[in-house]
Design a protein around this ligand. Structure first.
Ligand code: FAE
Length: 549
């Protein structure tokens, strides 16, 4: 391994990656017997057995298998505590007829979207023409969940957002941390929990020499040139993608993933999703079971102690094929910012968890996400070959409130476009509320609230356009529409630490209930959020284990 690669754990060598590549984290038996007779689990591959049974009693139930849930499951299991995880999405461990688990970005099929009959691509126009297409309805991997003022993209399946995201693994600058998690000790986070999270996730960085020479990052080098000519700091950004694997893709010695346009609907190779890191290690303890295609609908105090958890078993059309009730002594809400917030708001409003406080549902933010493209001159091509994994950003946070990823536009043709996802210091916070008449949870985010994000992103791109004599692309988000301001990839908040919960994610009034995902973070992480979500979960579970278990 080269020394520029940061923080990968010993089990995350290329060999470890390949061993985990076919991990079946389907379902493992609970309890000590499973731990004792699980040779497959020791190799990181859990045996698949029947899903969780109605009437079961479990010590710990984790709702959701994203970053927060995976950290909780691993650390509890390492401490000897059996854990059952319930995930509404699929296991994503079985190849389809084309031999691949996931479909490609340019050829979306039924596997692409969660229960939609038409794709809803984040970048939905090209040269002014809509690019969405009809697909069969299926429990696909990417959910484009529509609220009145915003579409929130989320991963669905064992691994949560790690299945679909770009893997950009960015630790916030220390001076910004007080705005991210104001009630958390920064010293502890930066000395213990961020390093622990980076190690557990297998975070690494592109080899600078390869970056300079490869055609696959020409778009990022153009981005750097333009940023620097306008005086903006250009920073390399770490990622969980296996950079050795990507170089092998470029050399043509392994099947391509990042270099074959795969992103958004899953990467078939190369990405260290949670299935290959935290969840593989959790499975290897033999104490963690995962039940996919089960959606938790209720958690309420049980008469004999603990909590009654209701769930629906889904088939791949989304139809409910069974409802189940079981009892859990303790429950971790790790359904993501939207999933956890929706559950808690509903459970408070309907009286299932009456002692939740009034902060539940509040403090939700979009991490200031806004996208845009710039039209370059003909002498600045961004390349027909583009790696889907971003590796660089423009940091204008202190001066302009914006951190912009230099993002790929992997269409396979020369577009002369530079494309960016900006994270901005948008001050707006929305609230989830229970809509009793419709029987659903609403979010009061307004489309106009993106305006501060656009202003902050313009602090970078107006200047670059001025320096370069270029203009914004107007054909990527609609006819004559510059800003991708209708969406977020980074939902945060809704059950904010020290407001809806105590300082460790305990839900007051209901002992044994915990929140451990992105809903704890009050709306913004100043950079991409996955490392902070993981590090906060590592902190909370480390402190909860000696006191609550
Ligand atoms: P999350 O990973 O969303 O996991 C929650 C899980 O709970 C999901 O698997 C759900 O299916 C499941 N669930 C929800 N409700 C229920 C229920 N009722 N019953 C059972 N299961 C349920 O939560 N972040 C970065 O830092 N870097 C990036 O490069 C990046 N790129 C992204 C690109 C895309 C397209 C998207 C969508 C997100 C991206 N993110 C990125 C955001 C990141 O993936 C996200 O912040 C984390 O996944 C959130 O982690 P949580 O543990 O909070």
């Amino acid at each position: 391994m080269r020394d520029h690669r940061s923080a990968a754990t010993p089990d995350l060598t290329r060999r470890g990656f390949i061993a985990g590549a076919g991990t079946v984290l389907g379902v493992a038996a609970l309890g000590d017997r499973a731990a004792a007779d699980a040779p497959a689990a020791r190799s990181g591959v859990a045996p698949a057995i029947a899903p969780i049974a109605s009437g079961a009693r479990v010590p710990v139930l984790v709702i959701g298998t994203g970053y927060g849930g995976a950290v909780a499951a691993l650390r509890l299991a390492e401490a000897g505590i059996p854990v059952h995880m319930v995930e509404m999405g699929m296991a994503w461990d079985t190849p389809g007829p084309d031999g691949k688990v996931f479909c490609g970005t340019l050829q979306p099929d039924h596997r692409s979207y969660w229960l939609r009959t038409r794709t809803k691509a984040p970048l939905n126009y090209f040269i002014g023409f809509p690019i969405d297409r009809d697909i069969p309805r299926y429990t696909g991997v990417l959910d484009a969940e529509e609220f009145a003022g915003i579409t929130v993209y989320q991963g669905r399946g064992v691994g949560g957002g790690s299945l679909v995201n770009g893997g950009m693994a960015v630790t916030p600058r220390r001076e910004n941390f007080a705005s991210v998690l104001p009630t958390v000790n920064a010293e502890e986070m930066y000395s213990v929990y961020y390093p622990r999270a980076n190690a557990g996730l297998g975070v690494g960085a592109v080899d600078p020499a390869w970056f300079e020479s490869t055609p696959w990052y020409q778009y990022a080098r153009v981005g750097r040139k333009h940023a620097q000519r306008s005086g903006f700091p250009f920073v390399f950004v770490s990622d969980v993608y296996d950079w050795d694997y990507m170089e092998a893709e470029a050399a043509g010695t392994v099947p391509k993933s990042a270099l074959a346009g795969e992103i958004l609907y899953g990467n078939n190779h190369g990405k260290r999703s949670l299935q290959r890191t935290y969840l593989a290690r959790a499975a290897a303890t033999g104490r963690v079971a995962v039940t996919p295609l089960h959606k938790v609908t209720s958690v309420a105090p049980a008469s004999g102690g603990g909590y009654t958890v209701l769930m629906e078993q889904l088939d791949t059309t989304g139809a409910v094929v069974a409802t189940k009730a079981l009892t859990a002594d303790r429950v971790f809400f790790a359904a993501g910012s939207v999933g956890t917030s929706k559950l808690l708001v509903k459970l408070k409003a309907t009286g299932a968890l009456p002692r939740l406080n009034d902060e539940v549902g509040r403090g939700w933010g979009d991490n200031g996400n806004v996208m845009c493209g710039r039209a370059n001159h003909m002498w600045d091509p961004t390349g027909t070959r583009q790696s889907t994994i971003p590796c660089a950003g423009i940091d204008n946070w202190a001066a302009g409130g914006a951190f912009a990823e230099v993002a790929p536009l992997p269409t396979g043709i020369e577009t002369y476009a530079s494309f960016y996802l900006s994270i901005t210091a948008n001050p707006h916070r929305a609230r989830f509320t229970w809509n009793a008449a419709a029987g659903r949870v609403d979010l009061d985010w307004q489309t106009a609230w993106k305006q501060p994000s656009i202003t902050m992103a313009r602090s970078i791109f107006d200047k670059i356009n001025s320096t370069e004599g270029t203009i914004y692309r107007t054909d990527l988000f609609g006819a004559y529409k510059i800003w991708g301001d209708h969406l977020t990839y980074h939902p945060l908040g809704g059950a904010v630490l020290d407001r809806a919960t105590d300082n460790l994610g305990r839900l007051p009034g209901h002992p044994g209930l915990y929140v451990i995902d992105g809903s704890l973070i009050p709306g913004n992480t100043t950079v991409n959020p996955l490392v902070t979500i993981t590090a906060l979960a590592e902190r909370n579970i480390a402190k909860l284990l000696p006191t609550d278990f």
